[in-house]
Design a protein around this ligand. Structure first.
Ligand SMILES: Cc1cc2nc3c(=O)[nH]c(=O)nc-3n(C[C@H](O)[C@H](O)[C@H](O)COP(=O)(O)OP(=O)(O)OC[C@H]3O[C@@H](n4cnc5c(N)ncnc54)[C@H](O)[C@@H]3O)c2cc1C
Length: 385
């Protein structure tokens, strides 16, 4: 695949930034489950996190394809973009559906780094993947909404100033279409924490700063509503396509990291008097992982192009996420096998990246649900759930 010089320049700039955050930095953060604030700060100062913000609000006005390249290169450099990726994909909902006043109020602060937009509150403990069954409610009360309920897996909530929150504003049995009655709010967490919003961290197998968030009569100004009341599910689906494309590009970056590490190691490690990479039993899994990664990479760029040209990339975004998450996980497994025992030692970073890469066949949407989408919406098979 040939890339424009602009994209190659973005890659070089991201690589240069990431070089200041070597494996040792990530190992320390991982050991303490600490937020990589210095890395996120450097990404913000460099303008990368404001890539999608139009220039009139202080960003660089790039398209999703460029944002995907940024996220891919972060992962390919061994860093962990999960600490900051939400700003990119939440941004799309604000850009596409926010009012002129909301954009003016938030975008310049987000572009400068004064405001962090990192929390995305959709998942709930009881409804799981069945988003339309979520139970968090927002009830209008004068010029406010009163929010009650609970979210789970709200990552980076402790390190964000704003949360994009999906809540039910009309009871499910009072709407004509099951996709109506949900609304999106851009909640200012600085005002909400301790006044109706409580955040509880969840420790996970990798360093991901994820949390549970509880809402207890939290009052949100009506001006926090994005777009039209009741249309939030439609808005969030468009944002989810951007999210899937960006996460898929991170998976491609992870696969590239595993393949490069495995290839280097296979050339250098000598057993039985020769490089292990001379054995086809070691070469072939690396070559297969490479082919899988390249196929996924093509789908990611295709999906981003459909998104950028204003089309509906539902099928492409889902396929990109499916193929890329499977490619990165296959590459992760291959890399551990290539390293043998050293694949388990912290100092090689393989085990850390292995744990981090595992997430993406589950979140932000699990493989089964992608397959259901393709079966039903692309192939016309009966709905299974
Ligand atoms: C570390 C981490 C960070 C996350 N960050 C965020 C975040 O910032 N914001 C946010 O909103 N969410 C976040 N999530 C949530 C994530 O999007 C969900 O975990 C994911 O969508 C899967 O939902 P679930 O965990 O509720 O699984 P469930 O819906 O309970 O599903 C469990 C399993 O059953 C399968 N399954 C369910 N229904 C069907 C069916 N009809 N057919 C076939 N198989 C089915 C699923 O594929 C899955 O394998 C995060 C999750 C994790 C683990």
């Amino acid at each position: 695949m040939t890339e424009s010089e602009d994209m190659a320049e973005i890659r070089r700039a991201v690589q240069a930034l990431c070089a200041d955050f070597p494996g040792e930095y990530w190992r320390d953060k991982d050991r303490d489950r600490a937020y990589p604030a210095e890395f996120v700060d450097a990404l913000t100062r460099s303008g990368f996190l404001a890539a999608l913000i139009p220039p009139e609000y202080g960003g660089s006005g790039l398209k999703l394809d460029a944002a995907a390249v940024i996220m891919e290169e972060i992962q390919a450099s061994g860093c962990n973009g999960a600490s900051a990726h939400a700003q990119m994909y939440i941004m799309n909902t604000l850009l596409r559906y926010g009012s002129a006043e909301q954009k003016q109020r938030y975008l310049p602060g987000i572009a400068s780094g004064e405001l962090r937009l990192q929390a995305f509150g959709v998942s709930e403990p009881t409804s799981g993947t069945d988003t339309l069954s979520l139970r968090t409610v927002a009830v209008r009360d004068g010029d406010h909404y009163v929010v009650n309920g609970q979210k789970i897996w709200t990552s980076r909530a402790e390190y964000s100033d704003l949360m994009l929150l999906l809540a039910r504003t009309t009871p499910r049995d009072a709407v004509a279409k099951r996709t109506e009655g949900l609304s999106i709010f851009l909640v200012d967490m600085r005002e909400a924490v301790g006044k109706g919003m409580t955040i509880k961290p969840i420790r996970t197998m990798m360093n991901h700063s994820t949390t549970e968030v509880f809402f207890d009569d939290m009052r949100v100004p009506a001006s926090a509503l994005i777009g039209e009341e009741g249309q939030g599910f439609r808005y969030i689906l468009s944002g989810m396509n951007a999210e899937r494309i960006l996460i898929a590009s991170e998976c491609v970056g992870d696969a590239k990291w595993f393949i490069a590490r495995a290839s280097d190691y296979a050339r250098e490690r000598k057993v039985f008097g020769r490089a292990i990479g001379q054995n086809q039993g070691i070469q072939f899994p690396i070559a297969r992982a490479y082919a899988q990664m390249r196929a996924a990479e093509l789908m990611v760029h295709h999906a981003a192009q459909v998104y950028d040209s204003g089309g509906n990339p539902g099928a492409e975004a889902n396929m990109a996420k499916l193929l890329a998450s499977e490619a990165s996980w296959a590459a992760a497994d291959m890399c551990v096998q290539t390293f043998g025992g050293f694949g388990f030692a912290e100092e090689y970073d393989v085990e850390r990246k292995f744990r981090e890469a595992r997430l993406y066949t589950v979140a932000p949407i699990s493989t089964n649900l992608i397959l259901s989408y393709l079966a039903e919406h692309v192939l016309g098979l009966p709905r299974s759930y």
